[in-house]
Ligand binder design. Structure first.
Ligand SMILES: [Mn+2]
Length: 322
């Protein structure tokens, strides 16, 4: 990480910080942290995204930490403006190509396609917020309570409170943030993560879960936000009989997938990418991944489609583990 070089690159430009679409707490915390970091060093920026942020936990996060972010199409972004990507990468399916030049990227996802950013800091850690916290820590930039709390919340959410994908840096940055954050508020936010309306989706997943050996597959037959599908996939993985979970739901006429793995020889990103090859796309980390099948590739009959999805994942499991 070369924080001075990042500042040199962005200095004198109009800067937009972009998160992946339908940003989650880690993406928002990372964007907010970088905005505060840049501001302290004299660089103004605006945070932008695509997709909605209407989940109550996200609304509360923006409210509690006084975070301002905008749908990208409500901002005036010129082709020559600079874009700093956080918690996502150029050419990812879940990151819209907005006007502006993607000159920098800070992320913790595997690289799917190499890009010629002027600055890139892509490291495999539990949360992107840990990388961002390190910018403050390393440069001795003062951090305020809201920023520290937001980053701590991002780390806890993306690591499922230190139960998933944790690295030493996540722990070190949690320790660093501990002195500055409002820990009790973060605790409360983490524990209040499920909304009453979410229960309908949990119910649907519980009702139609199929378990084959140690893989649990569940379909939610109505539109669900990405974040909720991910939460339900985490939930299914908590079953003792399940070490790989695949949850998929309707989304804009297509199907949205969330995959989790705690199986040593099953890479969740490879699994979803292999299972959806030819009908959609997917990818991600070893332990968590996502995917999408567009409307055009769908099969009309629900029963047949569910069977096909099931078979594709079973086939993919065999392919990637042998
Ligand atoms: Mn993340």
């Amino acid at each position: 990480m070369e924080w001075k070089r990042l500042l040199e690159i962005l200095d004198g430009h109009k800067v937009f910080i972009q998160t992946h679409n339908f940003p989650d707490p880690d993406a928002i915390a990372s964007a907010f942290g970088m905005q505060k970091f840049l501001k302290y060093h004299g660089i103004e920026s605006a945070i932008c995204y695509n997709g909605n942020v209407d989940k109550i936990s996200i609304v509360k996060m923006l409210d509690n930490f006084h975070i301002e972010m905008h749908p990208y199409n409500e901002l005036e972004i010129k082709e020559t403006d600079y874009v700093l990507l956080v918690d996502g990468q150029k050419y990812n399916a879940n990151l819209t190509d907005i006007p502006g030049d993607e000159v920098a990227c800070i992320d913790h996802h595997p690289i799917v396609k190499e890009c010629d950013y002027l600055y890139q800091d892509i490291r495999m850690v539990g949360a992107c917020a840990s990388l961002v916290a390190e910018y403050f820590c390393e440069s001795k930039t003062p951090i305020d309570e809201n920023t520290a709390s937001a980053l701590m919340y991002g780390i806890r959410m993306d690591t499922d409170s230190f139960g998933r994908g944790v690295t030493r840096l996540d722990i070190q940055m949690f320790e660093y943030l501990f002195s500055y954050a409002k820990v009790s508020l973060v605790d409360r936010m983490v524990n209040d993560n499920i909304e009453l309306a979410d229960l309908r989706a949990y119910g649907a997943a519980i009702e139609n879960i199929q378990i084959y050996e140690k893989t649990g597959i569940a379909y939610i037959p109505f539109d669900c936000q990405d974040a909720l599908v991910a939460m339900i996939s985490d939930f299914i993985l908590k079953l003792d009989a399940v070490t790989v979970s695949v949850v998929y739901a309707e989304k804009d006429g297509g199907l949205k997938f969330s995959v989790r793995s705690e199986e040593e020889n099953v890479h969740a990103g490879n699994l979803v990418s292999c299972a959806l090859a030819g009908i959609g796309q997917g990818g991600g980390h070893f332990d968590m991944a996502g995917g999408f099948v567009p409307k055009e590739s769908r099969i009309k009959e629900k029963d047949v489609e569910n069977k096909v999805i099931y078979q594709r994942f079973m086939g993919a499991l065999e392919t990637i583990t042998t």
